[in-house]
Design a binder for this molecule. Structure first.
Ligand code: NAD
Ligand code: DAU
Length: 352
């Protein structure tokens, strides 16, 4: 018996696929509809193990396509939307900002307008949950943390587009009473992470004896959280968080990039049976990212005190699990780096 039909956007991406798998498996009484455009970052291979589950449906499409959104809302009585779809890579946003403004701002606004139209002021048991990032708060110096009260100060086209979407989501709450929730999370890592981001890129390059590009002096700091801990936080906020509220999610786990890359090298030398210090030789300092934010660090006290969420994994353990996953899934990694994974959709959906 289906209790809720939930639209997850961007469910074929890194975080979205972990979230979709978690919800499909944990809540057989929920029907999960995954709407994803399958950009370069979307990969249905990430969801192979749930693709035939009775409570899961995949729809290929763009969140900016209002006709498609109308059709989906006509056909389904969605009680919730968990909005993960986005252009997510900072370096790509520096090279091509418009794609980020389109998906992250116009796409979010299109979803909000469609939800408002079809929910038609009947907001009981409804929720529009927007997944956002700590990057909206800007950059910290050596001290302090981002809290939910920190002023927005986005500095890259990516973070500016996410900040803008957060503001629009809140505007729909204040103006139309649309029942929204927002969470802003720190850097995630784990299986199925696209190898353009620092951790999977380094794992891939160490494996293939390629240079490890460290931007600037490698002194920038990120606060890393295992992706499954993020998903548990989303589950908690989705079910127990207050409508209209924002929750910060983070691991209290700060690493400079260079220390992190060295730790990856150390663990991979051990796992690959290489001589101690061998992979470290691959570290190559390269030109810094334009406008590179120095430090992110999240204060997740509100989430802990109000909803009882805490991260479950220590970083060294999470990294080890992550490396092990990439080592046993070299085919996934090779398909993604060669672009081969794009054939999967054609084979799976156009053969019928
Ligand atoms: P990702 O790039 O891995 O996945 C994004 C997904 O969205 C892909 O499957 C892609 O095909 C899909 N998509 C992109 N444009 C679309 C469109 N116009 N219509 C429909 N689908 C579209 O991203 P991710 O790292 O999984 O991030 C997911 C969300 O979490 C994003 O909103 C991001 O801002 C946020 N976030 C990410 C992190 C992180 O460390 N990765 C941390 C905090 C917040
Ligand atoms: O903080 C949350 C954000 O984390 C998310 O909102 C973004 O979607 C996600 O991509 C991530 O952004 P970052 O820019 O922090 O992640 P990235 O893995 O690209 O870079 C991590 C750090 O490593 C950053 O300081 C830049 C640096 N870096 C990155 C790459 C790809 C390098 O030194 N070399 C590299 O090749």
């Amino acid at each position: 018996m289906i209790e809720h039909t939930i639209l997850i956007t961007g469910g074929a991406g890194f975080i979205g696929s972990h979230l979709t798998r978690f919800f499909v498996k944990k809540y057989p009484q929920y029907k999960i509809i995954n709407l994803d455009k399958l950009t370069y970052a979307g990969n249905l291979e990430n969801l192979r193990d749930v693709e035939n589950e009775a409570n899961y449906v995949f729809v290929k499409g763009d969140i900016c396509d209002v006709n498609l959104l109308n059709e989906l809302f006509e056909r389904n009585k969605f009680s919730a939307i968990i909005h993960c779809a986005a252009e997510s890579h900072v370096d790509r946003s520096i090279a091509d900002p418009l794609a980020f403004l389109q998906t992250n701002i116009i796409g979010t606004a299109s979803l909000l307008l469609t939800a408002k139209k079809y929910w038609n002021m009947d907001y009981s048991d409804k929720v529009f949950y927007h997944i956002s990032t700590d990057e909206v708060y800007g950059s910290l110096n050596d001290t302090g943390f981002f809290t939910e009260e920190t002023r927005y100060d986005p500095r890259s086209p990516y973070s500016a587009s996410k900040a803008s979407s957060d503001h629009i989501v809140r505007a729909f709450y204040h103006t139309y009473n649309l029942p929204i929730k927002i969470s802003n999370c720190s850097n995630n890592y784990g299986p199925f992470h696209f190898p353009e981001k620092l951790i999977p890129l380094c794992i891939h390059n160490i494996l293939n004896n390629k240079p490890l590009p460290v931007y600037g002096k490698g002194e920038n700091v990120r606060d890393w959280l295992f992706v499954e801990d993020h998903v548990r936080a989303i589950d908690t906020i989705f079910h127990k968080g207050k409508v209209g509220e924002t929750y910060n999610i983070g691991g209290h786990n700060e690493w400079t990039n260079i220390t992190l890359v060295k730790e990856l090298c150390r663990q991979m030398d051990e796992k690959l049976g290489r001589e101690k210090g061998e992979s470290k030789k691959l570290i190559t300092y390269v030109k810094d990212r334009a406008g590179h934010d120095l430090r992110y660090a999240i204060d997740a006290t509100k989430l802990k005190n109000e909803l009882g969420w805490v991260p479950s994994l220590q970083f060294e353990e999470g990294l080890s699990k992550t490396i092990d996953w990439y080592l046993s899934n070299e085919l996934w990694l090779n398909d993604v780096t060669s672009g081969q994974y794009k054939n999967y959709y054609e084979e799976q959906y156009h053969k019928r």
